[in-house]
Design a protein around this ligand. Structure first.
Ligand code: NIG
Ligand code: FE
Length: 419
């Protein structure tokens, strides 16, 4: 059935048009496409045209008679936000470790003692599909309420073929039943199982020979990710795992240089990763290699905030010509949040990004980081009608006021799903 929807007269409509072909870098990130008094015509869930209200109403006079109208006067409309790095599917929480860290223990020490990712792995392995689905759905609801219409979701709390598949299948079930679109990433190489900590290469072989081929065969993931960090996977092991993924059609991503400089950015460039994520400690050489190879930096300021670390040097990356995206890294250990708008505040206040850059980083650049820029990330003809309306008149308000949720209405595929 054909349905016509008109979002009318937003005080500012941010289109992000013009960055769909490639992610915005450096000064181009300021080109966010502001239309004052902007409207969007939607048909059958897709964008027909965006423009000034007056112009659109005149041009489509006849079609608009039957249109459902959404009044956005005094409000801000942006492309639906995109979170390009989440650990959505898991069981349980780790507030006990939060208290341990506040008392002085480090994130890596807790993990090496069998907590951290291992604790969530135990809980996730134990959980049935239904429990995992319900806990993850509650989080996905929160993302949507904060204006997010597409997220990437990683496995990596199963660490056996059976339990990794369980996590990925839950992500697919959520994608089928929930308004938010999910792009799946296999992350069997999230940690070496605690019981096998002395035999890392044996586990790497299993990831490469058993898990990756089966996950790919079942079509359960688009991307393949690895936690490249001292004490977890070495740069050599990471390269091996990412190359294996490529042979099976899984595109590489990497958790790189989060805790210490460890050649993660360099591996990302060498393997041609779509993105390298974290990068708090990325080397200058690694950053320039990323720029040359066109690897997107997915920055996760919530993790630096929550682990009480120095923030990634976004300015340095931008000045080197690296495209920037922003994400929550939502997970129970290092970033328990579902607020992408809060990452925008942190991007500006703690990483030296401009308000225009953070908006670009959670829309079109995030779309590129999940391989979905031809369908989402900007308000352009032919793209999905995924649009978030905020109850503020100017885009500056989004990264200025913090700790608040300004979302007024979320439109997904042309349907109102939050109002
Ligand atoms: O991106 N760094 C590795 N993985 C996650 C944390 C996972 C966890 O602590 O449960 C991250 O920060
Ligand atoms: Fe992560």
């Amino acid at each position: 059935m054909s349905e016509t929807v008109l979002i009318r007269n937003a005080s500012q409509l941010i289109t992000m048009a013009s960055h769909s072909k490639r992610p915005a870098v450096k000064t181009a990130m300021s080109d966010i496409g502001v239309i004052e008094g902007g409207s969007v015509l939607i048909e059958n869930g897709c964008i027909v045209e965006a423009g000034e209200d007056r112009v659109l109403c005149e041009k489509y006079k006849s079609r608009l008679k039957k249109a459902k109208q959404i009044d956005a006067a005094g409000k801000l409309a942006t492309p639906g936000l995109i979170d390009p790095h989440t650990h959505l599917v898991y069981a349980g929480t780790r507030e006990n470790e939060y208290a341990m860290r506040l008392a002085g223990q480090s994130y890596m020490d807790i993990m090496q003692a069998g907590g951290g990712i291992h604790a969530t792995t135990r809980a996730t392995q134990k959980a049935g599909v239904e429990q995992l689905y319900e806990e993850s759905k509650a989080r996905l609801d929160q993302f949507l309420l904060h204006g997010v219409t597409t997220i990437e979701a990683k496995s990596g709390y199963g660490l056996t073929l059976e339990h990794e598949i369980k996590q990925l299948e839950v992500a697919h079930a959520l994608a089928d039943n929930h308004a938010v679109d999910i792009v799946s990433t296999f992350m069997g190489a999230h940690a070496i199982p605690y019981a096998e900590k002395d035999h890392p290469d044996r586990f790497v072989e299993r990831v490469v020979n058993d898990m990756i081929p089966e996950v790919a065969r079942r079509g359960l993931a688009v991307f393949n990710d690895v936690f490249c960090e001292r004490g977890v996977f070495t740069p050599e092991q990471s390269l091996k795992i990412l190359e294996a993924g490529k042979r099976h059609g899984l595109l590489p991503k990497i958790h790189a240089d989060e805790i210490e400089p460890y050649q993660g950015a360099e591996v990302a460039a060498q393997v041609g990763a779509v993105s390298a994520d974290h990068l708090l400690k990325a080397s200058d050489a690694g950053i320039s290699k990323m720029a040359e190879a066109g690897v997107i930096a997915v920055l996760l300021p919530g993790t630096a905030f929550f682990l009480m670390k120095e923030f990634a040097d976004a300015r340095k990356m931008r000045d080197a010509g690296v495209a920037l995206a922003l994400s929550t890294d939502a997970n129970p250990g290092s970033s328990p949040t579902h607020s992408l708008p809060f990452m925008m505040n942190l991007g500006c206040l703690k990483m030296g990004m401009t308000p225009e850059e953070v908006l670009t980083a959670v829309t079109i650049n995030a779309a590129h980081a999940v391989g979905a820029a031809s369908k989402v990330g900007s308000i352009e003809p032919g793209k999905k009608a995924d649009i978030t309306i905020f109850n503020v008149p100017h885009y500056l308000m989004l990264s200025y006021q913090y700790g608040m949720n300004h979302v007024d209405t979320v439109v997904k595929n042309g349907n109102v799903c939050v109002e």
